[in-house]
Design a protein around this ligand. Structure first.
Ligand SMILES: C[S@@+](CC[C@H](N)C(=O)[O-])C[C@H]1O[C@@H](n2cnc3c(N)ncnc32)[C@H](O)[C@@H]1O
Length: 252
């Protein structure tokens, strides 16, 4: 299965390699810098997930992210059985949250809780860019906040909170209890600041997903997040998708 690649040259080379591999392994996944052979890929049989994913994955880039999205869907579903709100720090156009909201029918079946969405909606702010990362910040798009607001208009229990993480938490718009936390800001300083505020609020059994945790380009961020979590007695599990995962053992 191909779920999008980045350039024509990469696509051609990878296609050749994978065509050869299928002569040995007929069942292959390739996408999002992840190649697996002979896996069940049981997310393909999760009709509810596939429906939510297919309806929201529009761009080629979004179409590469299916396995990552399934990790999130699993963690969010787990959180839907716990007390507390849902939080995403780093929303951009709202793709991940759109899939999760639809997957869980959040506006109807989860209406007793709130889904908080934190972002500057103008890209990584000054002073938050990791020194080891030099690429152009691609998320500073005019009108982004308006498009995201429109996207989630149908969900009265989605709360969009524009501002810099973690400073924005001083506004008081921060949940007391968190059942599911997704950190996706591509900035160690922002994610550590978010953890400082939010990890204590994650309830027992609640899951934290670190989006860029296992990516080589973000190893500096991984080290800092490891140190932070180690001080609290946790180790982060690096998933083959590049995500990191922690299960909170107890509240507070
Ligand atoms: C990779 S994108 C998030 C992708 C998103 N989870 C999705 O579903 O597509 C990273 C986002 O983090 C935001 N961001 C980065 N640093 C931030 C900070 N300190 N405070 C708030 N938002 C921040 C950027 O504006 C950007 O929209």
């Amino acid at each position: 299965m191909f779920y999008g690649l980045t350039s024509d040259e990469q696509r051609r080379k990878l296609k050749t390699a994978i065509t050869l591999m299928t002569e040995i392994y007929p069942r292959i996944f390739s996408g999002d810098h992840l190649i697996t052979v002979e896996r069940c890929m049981s997310f393909l049989d999760d009709d509810r997930f596939m429906h939510a994913y297919d309806r929201n994955a529009v761009t080629d880039q979004e179409k590469t992210l299916i396995w990552r999205l399934h990790t999130l869907a699993w963690a969010a579903r787990h959180g839907s059985h716990l007390p507390g709100d849902f939080v995403e720090c780093g929303v951009y156009q709202g793709f991940c949250s759109a899939v999760l909201l639809e997957y869980l029918d959040f506006g109807t079946l989860q209406k007793q809780r709130t889904y908080y969405l934190y972002d500057t909606f103008t890209g990584i702010p000054d002073g938050y860019q990791d020194a080891t990362r030099t690429e152009h910040n691609p998320t500073d798009e005019p009108g982004l906040i308006d498009r995201v607001t429109e996207r989630f208009r149908a969900y009265p229990n989605v709360r969009i909170v524009p501002g810099i993480v973690p400073e924005v938490f001083n506004s008081g718009q921060v949940p007391e209890q968190i059942a599911f936390l997704h950190l996706d800001m591509n900035s160690a300083k922002a994610e550590l600041g978010a953890l400082d505020w939010l990890f204590a609020r994650v309830v027992a059994g609640g899951i934290v997903i670190f989006d860029d945790y296992g990516w080589w380009a973000y190893r500096n961020q991984q080290q800092q997040e490891n140190e932070f979590m180690r001080r609290l007695g946790y180790t982060i599990l690096e998933l083959p998708t590049g995500q990191g995962l922690v299960v909170k053992r107890h509240g507070g």
